[in-house]
Design a protein around this ligand. Structure first.
Ligand SMILES: [Zn+2]
Length: 751
């Protein structure tokens, strides 16, 4: 029977004891194609596909049309075996990324660079002639590849647009920035969820109070950790950040720590009441002294957020800190017994009385609000030889923060104002009691301060806040420079075809190490960021952006709509766009450079000039855009965020904040056509990747298999108008859902 199964020609033999010996399978020298080898996954993972059914490359049920859908389905398969497998999720994720990258690079080459047979020599020649555009185009194009540097540059542009939008709406600057990390060993609901999952998938009870069991269970079920963390974050923003912290607008992203690979979120939040900006502005207007301002702000923060730098142990009758409740080395409190570990509890478990709430707060503070310096935070300062804690807790020679009797407002290293509250413990992190007890894991709530008032934040303060924004949205990005260098390096050593080179280059820009949790996050396609607002792309070039609402495209773009607004509607283009409630992200705005350029000035004036219908309303033919812009900058109509943009260019200190300059450059110099080929122009949360039909096991995924109309113009003309009263929507003829986006987007490139 064995012989029957493994084939008659196999060398099956028996040893002296009569034990069956099977030959070790042989291995060829040519790697098999993962995209076209039949039974590829069965061959690679025989234990996962014991009957060879469900393999993506064969026998696939019609319900999974793309590799992404297939992998997601398997990750959540009912017996949990795919999720549990050590390598499967990494290999599946890697293949998905490479497939998408191949798709995109081949698309950009055939559709944008026009000729898929351009030789590598021709490409090198172009570069030598100073044509840098190809490298940039490849990068812009790939900003839909989740998690890549290009992807986060795009997000940076959106967050900045959100800031400008909210300033314009009179909502001021963001009030707080915040973080929350994942305590996967402690979160009580997660533990319960894991127990239930194991019961459901393996039908066994597992004692997760046993640390070894818990550790193994977390390792095997990182998809449950990812999913739980995502849900916890959503719920926290809905039920805590809103009602407790007064947050009405937010943007946050999920990030994976380089070291541990575990997920955490960080974000920017705006408060509906525009505090503490209003409060601080009032203090300044009233002419309060600096210490008084700090006191007013400190009282407010204590009341609103439970913000504090004092140990919750409090003081004895003589006014001394109760150090017997501080853990060593600063105090003498013994470690609490494991059963009273506050991390295993929910807030409702400890909300019996005021005392139990306070005790919980104290235990949590001792647990994670005391900073302990390590290699991670100790960095060598360029100008000094001693190592300093970059979190501000002193240096090698002098550790800890200075104690404070009174609060103070200081300027940090980014020249941003920061509140330092009364402090009685050298290593206590200034924290929010509410966040500590609400999130129940390491986290941070920090105030963003401004004195100029929320109705019209000053240029300086807009610039200062931008630094936080950059740090939040662009963290961990490769710089444009390094990506460009990589392009040249690879080009010089490449001998393949140009298209091949393009794919390889793109692969290099998207490749990164992922942890198990990140792989699960990616395969499950959980959003990497969330925002209270939706974004809309706006083009000024007259380009019609195909909005992907089913089979319709819009006939008039928003620019046409602005110009044909009713005669009594006297608003700027910017205000007009913002009426939809969606944050405009302009596709064609160049980054301000100093001295100003005609292009930049033209764009800004078209957007922000109050009430115009013809270009001649803005400037006479004889005047330049620069001259008109210079006058506009002095007028009351010019928003401060435009002034801030120019001010940044004027100062132009690229190394001042390396990440910032990289992001800005990449995000703003994006050519217009990129907008047209973006899969989802208007999206609610995160653009889902377009799921292309892979065409079956024998199809080369990198090949384009879409038939395009030969005459684009007549194709466009064949679009029918709908009965929609606005006559704004056109029906796209005869293209199915799957090819729709590809066809329409290509039209844009060829029209
Ligand atoms: Zn430190």
């Amino acid at each position: 029977m064995v012989r029957e199964t493994i084939g008659a020609n196999s060398k099956v033999s028996f040893d002296k004891k009569g034990t069956l010996i099977l030959p070790w399978p042989s291995r060829g020298n040519t790697p098999l194609s993962e995209f076209s080898t039949r039974y590829f996954f069965t061959l690679a993972f025989p234990c996962l596909f014991p009957y060879a059914s469900g393999d993506f490359n064969i026998n696939r049920p019609r319900t999974c049309t793309s590799l992404s859908d297939w992998a997601e389905h398997l990750l959540w398969y009912k017996d949990g075996r795919f999720a549990k497998h050590r390598y499967f999720k990494f290999i599946a994720h890697n293949m998905i990324i490479r497939k998408q990258t191949l798709e995109k690079s081949s698309f950009i080459f055939q559709q944008k660079l026009g000729d898929s047979h351009i030789s590598i020599e021709e490409l090198k020649e172009k570069i030598e002639q100073g044509d840098e555009s190809i490298c940039k185009k490849i990068l812009y194009f790939s900003d839909t590849l989740r998690g890549s540097s290009q992807y986060w540059s795009r997000r940076y542009k959106e967050v900045r647009s959100l800031e400008e939008y909210l300033i314009n709406e009179g909502k001021g600057l963001p009030s707080i920035f915040c973080t929350g990390s994942c305590a996967e060993f402690h979160f009580k609901p997660l533990r319960r969820l894991l127990g239930m999952y194991v019961k459901l998938t393996e039908n066994k009870h597992i004692d997760l109070d046993n640390h070894n069991n818990l550790y193994a269970c977390l390792q095997e079920n990182s998809h449950i950790v990812a999913s739980y963390f995502d849900k916890r974050t959503i719920s926290y923003f809905e039920n805590v950040m809103g009602p407790v912290f007064g947050v009405s607008a937010y943007w946050y992203r999920q990030e994976f720590a380089k070291s541990r690979g575990m997920v955490h979120w960080h974000g920017l939040c705006w408060r509906e009441d525009k505090e503490p900006h209003k409060l601080l502005h009032d203090c300044v207007v009233k002419g309060l002294s600096e210490p008084d301002c700090a006191q007013v702000l400190s009282d407010w923060a204590k009341y609103q957020f439970g913000l504090s730098a004092e140990h919750p142990a409090g003081y004895d009758e003589a006014g001394n800190s109760k150090k017997n409740l501080w853990p060593p080395p600063e105090g003498t409190a013994p470690a609490p017994p494991e059963e009273s570990n506050p991390l295993f509890k929910l807030l409702m478990d400890v909300s019996e009385s005021q005392d139990t709430v306070l005790e919980d707060y104290l235990l949590l503070c001792n647990r994670f609000n005391l900073h302990r310096c390590s290699d991670y935070c100790m960095t060598t300062n360029k100008s000094k030889s001693v190592k300093e804690c970059r979190m501000g807790f002193g240096s090698e020679n002098e550790s800890g923060k200075q104690l404070r009797q009174f609060p103070d407002i200081i300027k940090d290293k980014n020249k941003c104002l920061r509140l330092e509250m009364k402090r009685d413990h050298p290593f206590l992190v200034q924290h929010s009691q509410f966040h500590t007890q609400g999130w129940r894991a390491n986290g941070d709530i920090s105030l963003i301060l401004s004195t100029s008032g929320p109705d019209n934040p000053s240029v300086e303060e807009i610039l200062a806040v931008e630094k936080y924004t950059t740090a939040y949205s662009c963290k961990g990005n490769q710089s444009t420079e390094s990506l460009t260098n990589l392009f040249h390096e690879m080009l010089n050593t490449s001998s393949s075809t140009a298209q091949n080179f393009c794919s390889k280059y793109l692969m290099n820009t998207v490749k990164r190490d992922v942890s198990a949790v990140e792989a699960c996050f990616e395969i499950s396609r959980f959003p990497l960021y969330r925002c209270s607002h939706q974004f809309q792309s706006v083009s000024l070039s007259g380009l019609r952006i195909f909005e992907s609402n089913g089979k319709f495209i819009t006939k008039n773009n928003i620019f046409d709509k602005y110009l044909s607004r009713p005669p009594n509607d006297n608003c700027s283009f910017y205000d007009f766009i913002c009426r939809s409630g969606k944050v405009p992200v302009f596709s064609s705005i160049l980054q301000a450079s100093w001295p100003l350029t005609e292009d930049y000035c033209r764009y800004q004036l078209l957007i922000h000039w109050p009430n115009w219908r013809n270009v001649s309303d803005i400037k006479p033919d004889s005047a330049t855009w620069i001259v008109t812009m210079t006058a506009f900058l002095e007028s009351k109509h010019c928003p401060n965020f435009v002034r801030a943009d120019i001010e940044r260019a004027k100062r132009h200190k690229p190394n001042d904040y390396a990440e910032e300059s990289n992001c800005v450059e990449k995000a703003s110099q994006q050519p217009d056509w990129v907008e047209g080929i973006r899969p989802d122009i208007i999206y609610a949360e995160v653009p889902e990747d377009v799921s292309f039909d892979d065409g079956g096991p024998h199809i080369d995924w990198s090949k384009s298999d879409i038939q395009y109309p030969t005459n684009y113009k007549s194709f466009i003309e064949s679009f029918e108008e709908t009965d929609n009263f606005s006559n704004d929507l056109l029906i796209v003829p005869d293209v199915n859902e799957n090819t729709y986006k590809k066809v329409t987007s290509n039209l844009l490139l060829n029209l």
